[in-house]
Design a protein around this ligand. Structure first.
Ligand code: 1CP
Length: 355
């Protein structure tokens, strides 16, 4: 076996010679080469469902920027689709479920899918991606958290207000827990399949955990993610450990509870008080984050200043993976991503060597 990749070392809180880096939504619409393949695919879902094309767009940011980790190209919403919900991605509007879930009687529409059959295209893509990636660049598999998936399945698409799902919290929690339980079982199966087919780390995206009160975050989001963490395979087919990253956007305040789920890495956004959290939990888990993506709109000198600040906040101790606090945006300049990655390499090598 060759050297353990930097990213996997950092997840395990082992010493590294520099801080590994990847960027949420690193493949996507800000890259002209992505737009070209996306056009060729005809639709976003077709891109997700064609392993050769999904592999190509997964590789694009690796080839262009030399990032330390790849994330499989797919979407969190393929899971509700596999459970029987009709999904469309409308140009300029995002995801749409034409027939959202409304009440307990809708639960019978949700099937526990045979993941190998219904989501086999993802597994085929994972195998192709592993074959295309260099040995020192591991592949992250992922799923949405049950709570975040449920927001789309109950609201019918993207929302700013979350009226329907919040109504369900207070008016019909039995229905909501029914949806969340069904999703949890499917996500566990789906992620274990990803590990079987070669995903070397798993990230759970809880993009909307931050709209909940502390008590509701525990009851409707974290509880289900903790069940997922407990039921995932700990090692891949090659015997290597498969770390689990939890990303609950806007939930830095709950880092202690998130770490108690048994996850290996807590992913933080830019609103988190990193110094405090790291001091308290740095011996228990690794951290990922947490540069404000908007820094990428600024000139190089500002990017450098902000990278240095972020590296300093996490400190030189092992257990930091550099990332943005959330995803890349379509109007971001790829040139600035290269600037960012180069600066992280340079500054983190320097700060680790200084110890
Ligand atoms: O037409 C297009 O090209 C569609 C744009 C797009 C892309 C590039 C969508 C639609 N999804 C993706 C890829 C994607 N989605 C990845 C790829 C891997 C990567 O490079 O990071 C990942 C990990 C996701 C996950 C995802 N999808 C999340 C969680 C992470 C996050 O960014 O918050 C969510 C919430 C979605 C739903 C989704 N998919 C797409 C859209 C437009 C949306 C809605 C987002 C919203 O409600 O704001």
């Amino acid at each position: 076996m060759g050297q353990k990749p930097l990213f996997l070392k950092a997840c395990a809180r082992e010493p590294v010679e520099r801080t590994p880096v990847w960027l949420m939504r690193q493949a996507g619409r800000y890259l002209p080469e992505y737009l070209k393949v996306r056009k060729e695919a005809g639709s976003f879902l077709n891109l997700c469902k064609t392993p050769a094309l999904a592999t190509e767009v997964t590789m694009q940011p690796i080839r262009r920027f030399g990032l330390d980790v790849a994330i499989m190209f797919s979407d969190i919403l393929v899971v509700p689709e596999a459970m029987g919900m009709k999904l469309d991605f409308l140009e300029g509007e995002g995801p749409v479920f034409a027939d959202p879930l409304k009440e307990s009687s809708d639960l019978k529409r949700l099937k526990q899918p045979n993941v190998e059959k219904k989501l086999g295209y993802v597994y085929n893509a994972i195998e192709e991606m592993r074959a295309a990636l260099p040995a020192n660049v591991p592949l992250i598999g992922f799923a949405g958290s049950p709570w975040t998936l449920a927001t789309y399945m109950i609201e019918g698409g993207t929302t700013k207000k979350f009226t329907k799902i919040k109504t369900a919290i207070y008016k019909d929690p039995v229905f909501l827990h029914g949806v969340l339980n069904a999703l949890t079982d499917t996500v566990i199966d789906y992620l274990n399949g990803q590990i079987d087919h070669g995903a070397q780390a798993i990230q759970v995206f809880d993009t909307w955990g931050g709209i909940l009160s502390p008590k509701n975050y525990q009851e409707f989001s974290l509880k289900y993610m903790a069940k997922i963490v407990k039921n995932l395979k700990k090692t891949g087919p090659d015997g290597a450990q498969v770390p689990v990253i939890l990303f609950s956007k806007g939930c830095g305040n709950y880092s202690e509870e998130i770490a108690a789920s048994g996850c290996d890495v807590v992913s933080l956004d830019w609103t988190a008080d990193v110094k405090k959290i790291r001091r308290k939990l740095g011996k228990k888990v690794a951290f990922q984050g947490n540069l404000d993506p908007a820094v990428l709109y600024a000139p190089e000198a500002v990017i450098r200043k902000e990278v240095k600040k972020t590296l300093k906040l996490f400190g030189p101790e092992p257990g930091h993976i550099f990332n943005l606090g959330h995803g890349m945006e379509p109007d971001m300049d790829p040139e600035n991503v290269q600037v960012l990655v180069d600066i992280i390499r340079e500054e983190s090598t320097r700060s680790i060597a200084k110890q």
